[in-house]
Design a protein around this ligand. Structure first.
Ligand code: GLA
Length: 344
């Protein structure tokens, strides 16, 4: 009997994860608060095939490839540094076979558009992680904690896995629910890069998170706190941090209502108020971000602008009448992360 030794080539894999821009609701997710991001038409694509017994990934943005065994441990110690995210995914997915492929990203790195969450989710899908949005989000969040030790919340991952074209996403980071909110047809969402790379984000982010936890130890969950609760805080810094979170949660609710009612003027005012709160109470803005937001606020046809994401540099988001800022291309709200497996 003739025995065929022909083996079928491994199917080709293409995993894509969008980035996200947060319209409002920053530094609220890690106290179980609300946020209103959307998945955008910039993102990370991982393509390649599942074969061999190693993970080998090349990136258009990195000189050295990520080259890892399937039983990699201690993600935080892996070199080169970008491979730590890959290792932290491998530690959790533990794929039975290797993967060889490439990474391409259209997101500015460290620009406040969740480039690392987008990368982590695209890698996780390529390596065979679950496609169930909440479980995938948790896996990617844990990978980020393991890879770089930044105690990020879950907003980025929920937005990236839960994206709906043409919609912002009302996230409840306690209940872990995602409710799509249609974007009014007559506005553009603009993202402007301040050009300032984030500095000290890790430690400053962890410090803000610890301050919120300290406030909660005195007055209970910020998610349910009132203005009166906040005034009970003795420490002036903690009082301002808590004030930001409590007022920002309310602004998210109001923004979702304003967008649903196509009230773009109210939406813009809420964004400006959010920026002021992040600047004065939460202290995560920079001079460059403040100037960019101020110049946008003076531009006819711009309804509102604010820093987006963690702050300390990165991008500004604005809502504007189409054509109001002709030198920027608007971002579009797109569907969430996906994977395609095609036979060769
Ligand atoms: C980063 C984190 C998120 C969130 C934002 C601030 O993007 O990854 O979890 O905390 O900062 O809103």
């Amino acid at each position: 009997m003739a025995v065929s030794t022909h083996r079928r080539p491994a199917p080709s894999i293409r995993a894509h994860a969008p980035g996200r821009v947060n319209l409002i609701g920053d530094h609220t997710d890690y106290t179980g608060g609300l946020a209103l991001p959307m998945a955008i038409d910039l993102g990370t694509t991982v393509s390649g095939e599942r074969s061999g017994d190693k993970i080998v990934l090349r990136s258009d943005a990195e000189a050295e490839p990520a080259h890892l065994p399937l039983d990699v441990r201690e993600a935080r110690l892996v070199e080169p540094p970008w491979a730590r995210f890959v290792a932290a995914v491998v530690e959790q997915v533990r794929p039975a076979v290797g993967f060889t492929g490439e990474v391409a990203s259209s997101l500015p790195l460290g620009g406040g558009l969740a480039s690392s969450a987008s990368f982590t989710i695209a890698v996780a899908l390529a390596l065979g992680a679950t496609t169930e949005p909440l479980a995938l989000s948790r896996l990617a969040q844990e990978a980020e904690h393991r890879a770089i030790g930044v105690p990020c919340g879950i907003m980025d991952q929920l937005a990236i896995t839960g994206g709906v074209a043409g919609h912002a996403l009302l996230l409840d980071c306690q209940e872990l629910t995602v409710a799509p909110v249609p974007l009014p047809a007559e506005v553009n969402v603009l993202v402007l890069d301040s050009g300032e790379k984030r500095r000290l984000t890790g430690s400053a982010y962890a410090e803000r998170r610890a301050q919120c936890a300290a406030a909660e130890a005195e007055i209970g969950p910020l998610r349910r706190a009132t203005d009166a609760d906040v005034t009970r805080l003795q420490d002036e810094v903690l009082r301002r941090r808590a004030h930001h979170v409590v007022t920002e949660n309310q602004r998210v609710r109001d923004m979702a209502s304003a967008l649903a009612a196509s009230d773009v003027v109210a939406a813009g005012e809420l964004m400006s108020a959010s920026h002021a709160s992040l600047r004065d109470d939460f202290e995560v803005s920079t001079d460059r971000l403040d100037h960019l937001v101020a110049s946008l606020a003076e531009t006819p046809g711009v309804y509102g602008a604010r820093l987006t994401g963690a702050g300390f540099g990165g991008c500004v988001v604005a809502v504007a009448r189409p054509g109001a800022v002709p030198w920027t291309t608007p971002v579009r709200a797109v569907d969430g992360a996906s994977i395609t497996v095609s036979p060769r």
